[in-house]
Write a protein that binds this ligand. Structure first.
Ligand SMILES: [Zn+2]
Length: 99
């Protein structure tokens, strides 16, 4: 699978096993926006674009905005390939439920 395929499959698995809500997507976006305000750098900006992309995906089913945050897409795809979850091993252990 290429990066986009890994990302799509990994995100679908994550959404299925740990279903998001509009509220949870919005609060993730607000949290990242706050981090960008506190620490203005490119990495934080990319995270903001990605959480906006997740919000847009929730509403429209399209990953189009998320792909603009390509480094984050790649990071999630590689994690999925590596250990079957788009989250870091630490956050997976702390927050995920998996079938
Ligand atoms: Zn996980």
């Amino acid at each position: 699978m290429n990066t986009i395929q890994l990302y799509r499959v990994g995100m679908a698995k994550s959404d299925r096993e740990n279903p998001p809500t509009l509220k949870s997507r919005y609060s993730e976006f607000k949290d990242e926006l706050q981090e960008l305000v506190e620490d203005k750098n490119v990495d934080e900006l990319i995270d903001v674009i990605h959480t906006l992309g997740r919000l847009v995906h929730y509403v429209t089913g399209s990953h189009i905005i998320s792909y603009l945050a390509w480094p984050t897409v790649k990071k999630h795809a590689m994690r999925y390939k590596d250990h079957g979850c788009i989250r870091s091993k630490r956050n997976c252990k702390a927050h995920c439920k998996h079938d």
